[in-house]
Design a protein around this ligand. Sequence first.
Ligand code: AMP
Ligand code: MG
Length: 408
Amino acid sequence: MLTFERARQVILEQIIPVGVEQVGLLDSVGQVLAQDMIAPWDMPLWDNSAMDGYAIRSADCNQPLCRLRVTGFLPAGAKAEGIGVEQGCAVRIMTGAPTPSGCDAVVPVEETDDGHLEVTLQQSVTKGQHIRVRGEDVMSGAVFVHAGAIIRAPEINILANFGIAQVPVYRRPVVAILSTGDELIELGRSPGPGEIVNSNMLSLAAAVRETGCVPRLLGIARDTEESHIEKLREGLKADVLITSAGVSAGDCDLVRGILEKMGAERIFWKVGVKPGGPTAFAMFGATPVFSLPGNPVSTMITFEEFVRPALLKMQGHQRVLRPLFKAILREEITKKPGKIQIVRIKLEYEEGRWFAGSAGNQQTAILKTMVDAQALAVLPAESCYFAAGDEVDVHFYGNYCDLTEAAR
Ligand code: AMP
Ligand code: MG
C-alpha cells in the first residue's frame, strides 16, 4: 500500500501537459500560457499625459502663480505632430494624449484656474510630472507575460494592448467519466428498491469542469465484463479516464481486472488514506486512468486529492496542490494510526488565526457533511490523537469556497 504522499508523487510523475493550442484571446481565460510573450513595441508607444490639464515647460514655471498663454489643444486620440509648447506657453491636453514637443511636465487642471486663452498655475511644478514615458510599462523585446501564467483579466488586458488576438495555451484535456454498478439509474428516474441515482458521474463532471477540463459522460457500465469492456474502450479514447466504484475487493468489483486485461498498466492500487483507500491508478499507453471508490464522499475526496492535481498538471499548471495552512482544532479528534485521514471542516477566522471545527458526521456515507465543508484537514498517518487547540494542516475545498461567514 502506497502512502498518500507517494501516491500523489507517482501520479504526477506520469503526467505531462496534453499539448498546446491557439485560442481566441477571450476564450483563453483560465488556461495556462504556453510561451513567453514578447513585447512587439514599447508600451506606451509615445510619451503621453497622465492627467487632464496643461502641457508646459517646467523651466517657465519656477515661481508660484505663473501665467502662460494657451496655444493649442490635444484631446486623447489626437496626434502631437506639428504641435509644440513654446516658451511662456501651454497646450491644453487630455489624459492619454501624446505630449507635444517642448513639454516636460503636465499640470493637472485642478491645479490651475482652468483658463482657455491664458492659464494661471496655482502650484509649483516638477520636471517630468504627470507624464507617462514611452516604454515605462513594458520595453519592446521584453517578456510581458511569462509562460506558465494563468490567463486572467490583467493578462487579457495586456495581451489585447499588444494586439494579440490568438494565444498559445495548454489544451484542455477531455476527461471521460464512467460509473459502474447494477444499482445505478440515471438522473430523471425515481429510484426503486435497491436503486440509487448515478450522482457520482455528475459530481465528477462538475469537479472536472472546475479544473478547466472538458468532461465526457459515458453513463453506466453494468456489472458484467461485456458492459465494462464496451464502456472502458470508449473511455480510453479520451485524454483521461475516471471510473467510479467497482474498485474494492467485492465480487462485482471488475474495473481493475478488466482494465488490465485490456492492456492498462497498473501503477498502484490502495493508498494509505481514509476515505479513499481502494483508489487505483493505471496508465493505458499515455492515457492516465483513475479508478475511484464509489462511495460518493470517497469519490469526491479522492478526486480532489489525486485527480485534480493531475488534471491541472495536464493543463500546464505549475502549482497543482492547494496550499496547506495551519488551523487550530475546535474539538479533539481520534483516529487509527497508519493512514492519513481527511476530515471535512468548517473554518472560522478569529484574531488572526484560523480555527477548524467539524463540518458534521464524518462517516463516509454522509453527503451533507461534504456540502457543509469549506476545507479539508489532512491528519498525518502516524498520529492517533489530536487535542482541541492542536494545530493541523488544512486546505480549502472547491474553487468557490465561501469564507465570508468564516471571516465575519
Ligand atoms: P462499490 O465500490 O461498487 O461497492 O460502491 C460503493 C458504494 O458507492 C455503494 O454504496 C454504491 O451504491 C455507491 N455508488 C457507486 N456508484 C455510485 C454512483 N455512480 N453514484 C452514487 N453512488 C454510487
Ligand atoms: Mg459496485
